[in-house]
Design a binder for this molecule. Sequence first.
Ligand SMILES: Nc1ncnc2c1ncn2[C@@H]1O[C@H](COP(=O)(O)OP(=O)(O)OP(=O)(O)O)[C@@H](O)[C@H]1O
Length: 264
Amino acid sequence: MIVLSNVVHHYGVRPILRGINLTIERGDVVAVVGPNGTGKSTLLGIMGGQLCPQIGQVAIDGLVRRRTIEEEQAIRRVTFFLPDHVWLPGDRSGREYLLSVGRLYGVEEFRLMDHVQRLLELFELEAMADQDLRSYSSGQKKKIALAAALVSEARCLLLDEPFSGGLDPSGILAMKRVLQRHPRRRDMTVVLTSPVPELIEEVASRVVVLKDGRVLVFETVEGIKRLTGGRGSLSDALERLIFPETIDKLDRYFQEERLPEWVD
Ligand SMILES: Nc1ncnc2c1ncn2[C@@H]1O[C@H](COP(=O)(O)OP(=O)(O)OP(=O)(O)O)[C@@H](O)[C@H]1O
């Protein structure tokens, strides 16, 4: 379970997050959505321990992030934070990297070897498995980063944009299926960001809508649809909830495209 209590964060003087309170239960897959620059990655970074909020705190399974060294170490053993842009050791092979992540998380050796092999197959990386990571394409690097999150067997996954970064349709399908299956069966907690409502609708049990530094709504996908009239897809609902002015802007844009009257 992840509990955020009055989390406030700003870079310089401008507040980005203005008192976020959230309780995310085990077994939930929560998607954080909102306009560009609204603070989704900042929120994930704070949950992931990469950033320390100026006010408030994050507790994971009852342990508070960045309070004491012991608590932080205990959280790190059960939490995997995958930033949007991840650093990979270029002089290690994909297999070596996955094995080292699994060992860091204390995964038992025999099970680890088998899990690494299955992940390499799942993400269609077997042919590249023993080549240096510097020779991987950007989509292949994204797949290895996702495989690293999964091989950790951490019960709390924080994934910033897991479906972006050049992932091909088979990679998207693989990640989608894993997120649909693992969290409920393994009592995991997953928080992710994605700008694609169609993907969120398929994997998320609940959605956090951030706007102007606050939680506008924290609801199930069906709950968000009900709030906005109950018709259409999540994409339609989010459009009405977060971007109501976009339709007007589109009308204005196409009006201005009309040629002035003096042009033949
Ligand atoms: N290191 C930083 N220094 C200063 N400002 C920052 C920094 N990181 C982010 N910001 C600002 O904080 C705000 C929130 O950024 P953040 O990346 O969390 O937004 P986001 O919702 O994830 O955006 P996007 O949808 O574009 O990925 C933005 O206005 C951004 O310019």
